[in-house]
Ligand binder design. Structure first.
Ligand code: SF4
Length: 341
């Protein structure tokens, strides 16, 4: 058993992976909570830019955590959502999380105004910004760099998959190359940013081997954290139509646990993980699978699965490094030779 990984497992207080909450505590020196807010309310897919279509899994709320406050003014959302997050834990400082839709699909001056206004509140210690790999302009990068001089700025990129056929099936409107180039560009132009990615498991054609290769690729890219989702079916989405037509079956719980286990085993132990599975922000929106409907129960059962099977993050990481030197992979490693822009 790898000593480094075993040490890390112990360091996580019995949790078999490195949770982002722990990372935040180490980084800020105290507990901080994320305050999800919704602005500005659209994205290139929804606008049909260049013929793009809505991602097949995306609900009308654009992944907003608190859709009920989505239309409120920013400060009202912050007030409302702070009350909600403080029900789950205590904290004196908060990260404003521009979560829903594509935050950077808007005028930079508008985004700057939002961010400035947040800092005036006094208890905001940084930002988490959700965006897409193809919505990062030079002006946005300048904006992030300016704010990163004042407070930590965390970027969450919706990568979802490094497999082009799966990205195409989801109607993402970008390919894997775009994600990799965005990550390399951010590393070069904003070295102080903390950049995480979202990944989805449970897509058609997915294999255990592919999950392992995804972890291997993540290990080699300038990525600071990962958020995992199972692909679930929400009401009024293109995926719901496929599901009802028998064209898509969500991954079952046991298989999803196995996939997450494989991913964690091959992932660097130093990469914090945001979450292990998706949860629908509105219970009445979830069509399938049922197991994803109870966030806490799903989480506990996933933890049980990992612990009972003695699976933990980074368990096979060093082994992989050796294997990478000799084994080819179907993932687009040639993209590493791209010069970042
Ligand atoms: S997932 Fe993001 S990019 Fe895709 S349709 Fe929803 S808000 Fe737009």
């Amino acid at each position: 058993m790898d000593t480094m990984a075993t040490k890390n497992q112990t360091d996580w207080n019995g949790i078999p992976y490195y949770p982002i909450s722990r990372y935040y505590k180490e980084f800020f020196g105290e507990k901080v909570l994320k305050l999800p807010v919704s602005v500005p309310g659209t994205c290139p897919n929804r606008e049909g830019l260049n013929g793009m279509q809505v991602c097949n899994f995306c609900d009308e709320w654009g992944s907003a955590a608190y859709p009920e406050s989505r239309d409120q003014e920013l400060f009202d959302q912050i007030r409302h959502n702070k009350t909600q997050v403080l029900r789950k834990g205590k904290a004196k400082q908060f990260l404003v999380y521009f979560q829903s839709y594509t935050f950077t699909y808007s005028r930079v001056a508008r985004l700057e105004k939002y961010m400035e206004a947040c800092l005036d509140l006094g208890d905001i210690c940084g930002f988490v910004i959700g965006t897409r790999p193809d919505c990062i302009s030079d002006a946005v990068i300048d904006l992030w760099n300016r704010f990163a001089e004042k407070v930590p700025v965390f970027i969450e990129l919706g990568v979802q998959s490094f497999d082009d056929s799966q990205l195409n099936w989801m109607s993402r409107g970008h390919d894997a190359q775009r994600s990799i180039k965005a990550l390399l560009r951010l590393q070069k132009k904003c070295p102080t940013l903390n950049v995480g990615i979202h990944l989805m498991f449970g897509m058609p054609g997915e294999t255990d081997h592919q999950i392992r290769e995804t972890a291997e690729l993540v290990n080699q890219l300038p990525i600071h954290n990962v958020k995992l989702h199972n692909l679930h079916v929400l009401k009024n989405t293109p995926l719901e139509q496929d599901f009802r037509a028998g064209l898509f079956t969500p991954i079952d719980f046991e298989k999803y646990c196995q996939r997450v286990g494989i991913f964690l085993q091959h992932l660097k132990p130093s990469l914090p993980i945001h979450r292990l599975a998706a949860n629908s922000s509105r219970r009445d929106e979830l069509v399938s699978p049922e197991w994803t409907g109870d966030k806490m129960r799903t989480y506990q059962q996933m933890l049980d699965y990992l612990i009972q099977n003695d699976i933990y993050q980074g368990q096979l990481y060093k082994e992989d490094e050796e294997q990478l030197k000799t084994s080819p992979t179907h993932l687009p490693l040639e993209f590493f030779s791209y010069q970042s822009q």
